[in-house]
Design a protein around this ligand. Structure first.
Ligand code: NDP
Length: 397
């Protein structure tokens, strides 16, 4: 049915490639391209399908991307490189008539700043070109937006309160490691917190607000309020929302390491001079931390990510909790990657499948909640991320 190009050969790219290869009725022609070609070849070997093509590409370079797109001629690109590459890949898509999907919004390298404006600015150009761009199609952002759209479609006349809750109750047996790209992860967590209330954004100190929340099959875990990019699009696309927040769990050990990393300047993203060479401390730190791709083997426990929603249906207040629990070991057995890569790579594949099946196809730049959630929800159950619902229970929030 379709030709797909996956850009990025990290943890998420590996899972996306496995899942794309499993759905060969939809994805008939596959290429994996990344900065380091040997990593793409290793994924092909792990999957065991020599028909999957590989290529080296510097996705910061529009000309290189254009040359690659013109030779392979994909219908859609799954961008699971880093957020820094979003705009160059979107630009190349426009030049070559290719549709686009990613899992993280654009960030400039020199400021850790998360907002959709840079990518939303491409809306008219994608629309005029008749091309679809699907933004933020991992788990959060991604499934969190699909869950919200599903709740709005089936269970609420108005959503008033939305809390996205993200728990990783896994143990990888390392003193400190991040579950996805350390540079992107640490930039996100060390930012000031922010949430939406009554039409305004309220800023907090980093990790200032926290409380224990109870996660299914896991129990209570201290959860910290963070800003997360889908809050921006969800409050815009569901204007009845009065308050929207995002919570993520962290263990004490992780937070202690993070504090030390910050206090000694290793989280800095500006260039410093080291023995006559310019280095960015956070990029150097990434090079010495465990590779998120290598965490899977000894990872135990599970993740639990969901949406806790309060709103009105037929004049009455209701609550709704929809979530997925994902076992790190099960993810590892299937793809060789841990649960965080798995929960991101599977939805990225499903988004591309929705496009190729013609179910999520409309010219312009869209966030996932702007498409029909039903076929996506159906695929989540089939592709390894089953979801569960709880109605009218205490949401703790
Ligand atoms: P990794 O660091 O493991 O992988 C990133 C990959 O991109 C690497 O293969 C890297 O190549 C490649 N890459 C980096 N720069 C370039 C470039 N200029 N040109 C070509 N390739 C490049 O990250 P993850 O797999 O953990 O994460 C991938 C994406 O998924 C990130 O954007 C992350 O923010 C997002 N994500 C989204 C989540 C969600 O739920 N929405 C959750 C988790 C992650 P090399 O190996 O050579 O460095």
């Amino acid at each position: 049915m379709g030709k797909v190009l996956i850009i990025g050969a990290g943890g998420v790219g590996t899972v996306a490639a496995f899942k794309v290869a499993q759905n060969s009725d939809v994805f008939t022609d596959i290429m994996i391209a990344s900065r380091t070609r040997s990593k793409c070849d290793a994924i092909v070997k792990a999957i065991g399908n020599p028909d999957i093509k590989t290529a080296a590409v510097d996705a910061d370079n529009v000309e290189e991307l254009v040359a690659l797109f013109n030779s392979f001629k994909p219908e859609i690109v799954i961008n699971v490189a880093l957020p820094y590459q979003d705009l160059t890949i979107m630009e190349a898509c426009l030049q070559c008539g290719v549709n686009y999907l990613d899992t993280a919004n654009y960030e400039p390298k020199d400021v850790a700043h998360f907002e959709y404006s840079w990518q939303w600015a491409y809306h008219e150009r994608f629309k005029e070109a008749g091309l679809t761009a699907i933004l933020g199609c991992g788990f959060d952002p991604g499934v969190s937006g699909v869950y919200t759209a599903y709740a709005a479609k089936h269970y609420f006349d108005e959503i008033h309160y939305l809390d996205i809750v993200d728990c990783n109750a896994g143990n990888h047996h390392k003193a400190f490691a991040t579950n996805f790209n350390p540079e992107i992860n640490i930039r996100e967590i060390t930012q000031k917190g922010r949430y939406y209330e009554d039409g305004k954004w309220i800023e907090t100190e980093a990790l200032e607000i926290h409380k224990p929340l109870t996660y299914p099959n896991i129990g209570p875990r201290e959860s910290y309020l963070l800003f997360h990019e889908e809050l921006e699009s969800l409050t815009k696309n569901f204007p009845t929302i009065k308050r929207a927040r995002f919570w993520m769990t962290f263990g004490q050990e992780y937070l202690t390491h993070l504090r030390v990393i910050q206090n000694i300047g290793m989280a800095r993203i500006d260039e410093i001079d080291y023995n006559g060479q310019k280095i960015v401390p956070l990029q150097f730190l990434k090079a010495v931390l465990p590779n998120p791709q290598d965490l899977g083997e000894n990872y135990e426990g599970e993740t639990s990510i969901g949406c806790r929603i309060r709103g009105i249906k037929d004049g009455k207040e209701h609550t709704y909790y929809v979530y997925n629990n994902c076992s790190h070991q099960e993810a590892y057995k299937e793809t060789g990657m841990q649960g965080v890569s798995y929960t991101t790579g599977v939805p990225a594949m499903i988004g591309a499948m929705m496009f190729l099946k013609g179910l999520w196809r409309k010219p312009g730049v869209w966030n996932v909640e702007q498409f029909d959630p039903d076929p996506f929800m159906e695929q989540l159950n089939k592709q390894g991320l089953p979801w569960h619902e709880e109605f009218d229970k205490d949401l703790e929030l």
